[in-house]
Design a protein. Structure first.
Length: 244
């Protein structure tokens, strides 16, 4: 079992998304440390992209703020390299295919392996186009994480069959139905993408929560001091603890 899979062994995981460099890398570092201290099990690090059309408004604005600092992929890789001296929980990169293409797919994945990145989310790559990335991801031991939305059952089953690490689904769709299909067709964890306890199904058939924009909202409100307000995660963490 890989590092991501181990997280789900005996509990429901809290996964937190943070944009690298919003508003700067030092704040990103402090925020990572803060969410870990409040119980985060996995952190998704967003590599900003100039045209993030597959994201909602909040993440789009976060990426654009980070890019104002002319942040490069190499800077983020070096940032994570230094971070890994202290941070041991699983890390996932989330970005767009063009970022990886421009860096060189194999060069990017080799760099990810070197700094112990455990998973990759490519927001603009549908299931039908993942073959350009997945074999190389597997070669370097990096899980290419899949999102599942409402679709014909045959397509959902195909995504589940080829998925690595875990799958996730937004709380805005029929998440309970998708979670049931995942558990019927695989041993993969199914994670609910949600920023509000109100959106979480009460039956608890999901294996974790992916917090997508809560950190960005804190950054917009408090700027570089936002890591001090991380107690806003407490309600979500307490909810997860009750379900673990």
């Amino acid at each position: 079992m890989n590092k991501l899979g181990e997280v789900f062994n005996d509990k429901k995981a809290m996964i937190v998304f943070i944009t690298c460099g919003d508003p700067d890398l030092e704040t990103t570092r402090k925020m990572i440390e803060a969410v870990i201290s409040h119980g985060a099990d996995i952190i998704i690090l967003g590599i900003p992209f100039a045209d993030p059309t597959a994201e909602g408004y909040m993440i789009q604005q976060s990426y654009l703020r980070a890019l104002k600092n002319k942040l490069s992929v190499d800077q983020i890789i070096e940032f994570v390299r230094k971070l890994r001296v202290e941070i041991k929980i699983p890390l996932i990169f989330k970005t767009y295919a063009n970022i990886v293409f421009n860096y060189g797919i194999e060069s990017f994945l080799a760099a990810c392996k070197e700094i112990d990145i455990n998973g990759l989310i490519l927001s603009d790559i549908p299931y039908e186009e993942k073959e350009e990335f997945q074999p190389l991801c597997r070669k370097y031991g990096i899980d290419l994480i899949s999102m599942i939305v409402n679709a014909p059952a045959s397509r959902i089953q195909a995504i589940i069959k080829d998925a690595d690490g875990f799958v996730y689904t937004p709380s805005t769709i029929d998440a309970e139905k998708i979670a049931a299909m995942v558990h019927q067709n695989s041993t993969l964890p199914c994670v609910l993408q949600s920023d509000s306890i109100r959106d979480i199904p009460q039956t608890g058939s999901f294996d974790g929560i992916m917090i997508d924009t809560l950190i960005i909202e804190l950054l917009e409100k408090y700027g570089s001091a936002s890591y001090k307000q991380i107690s806003n995660l407490q309600d979500m963490l307490q909810y997860l603890k009750k379900r673990r």
